[in-house]
Design a protein around this ligand. Sequence first.
Ligand code: ATP
Length: 328
Amino acid sequence: MMQTMDKQILVSVDKVGRHYGALTAVHEISFYLNRGEVLGFLGANGAGKSTTMNMLCGVLAPSHGTITVAGHDIVKDCIEAKRQLGYLPEQPPLYRDLSVDEYLDYCARLRQVPKAQRRKRISEIKKRCGLSEVGRRIIGQLSKGYQQRVGIAQAIVHLPALIVLDEPTVGLDPVQIREIRALIRDLAQDHGIILSTHILPEVQAVCDRVQILDNGRIVFADDIAALSARMSAKTLLLSVRAEPDHNALLDIDGVIAVKRVGEGRFQLEIDDANNPAERVAEYTVINRLGLYELIPRQMDLEQVFVDITTNDNALHPEGTLHPEGTSP
Ligand code: ATP
């Protein structure tokens, strides 16, 4: 049983943490990546995404814990582990004065692609990344979207099992973003991908699973369907002159949870099949609370993210939060 699981798991991160002096940038986090999967890492600035990516890629040593890539320990067996991974850092490591062909040839040599295979490999990778027409162009003269494609091409030239992409669409225009996302989905067919971003719709567009990092901790880890289920949660925004009784609101048929969001303002999570809007209005009128507003609202991804990372799960008392990360 264990063996079958191991075959599926491409990356395993076990109780990994990183300190910078007195600062703990990443606490003890654990997670895994299956082959053929795109895992999205979301988090606000400073949440610890880049630190985690750097540790995954063997660029930064963890203060504690173990990371294995395709069964190889990234610290103890780093050469083998690094053979299995391709990395596109936030700032792509491009030589702007080289042509695309020259640069990819250089990367293929660095990555020890055998000489006999190099030409064919580079031609295949260029095709894959939509670069076939620009092989002779100087990298510094390409548009940012094309430069990003070159960055992805260098990450996959040695056909790694794992590709790690740190904010791959930052600074691109909407058309370029679509193209890079399509490329990522295409690459996921035969590679495992870990993608860090703080662009929320990106996660929905390309990832199978998502993890949200907050202050160096994984505060949400689930598949995209679970995130979408959170988004489909319907809420009512209630605004009144006088404060209602919290428990009395909860007692209203169809009200699932209550969260105070300001003075006299409450967010009610409701059962959509048994919408309590009329009963809530009736309650406020009978109790002379001075009803100002009662507005139906659907959560968007931004709201879900803010709810999760402000660490207030009052809306979801049963919660899907995993403060110590998740296990396979
Ligand atoms: P961003 O989206 O802004 O890139 P991030 O989620 O990638 O943020 P990290 O860059 O991993 O976050 O940083 C996590 C924390 O560690 C931050 O508080 C940051 O200031 C701190 N940090 C990162 N690198 C170092 C370093 N080399 N020395 C000291 N502190 C660091």
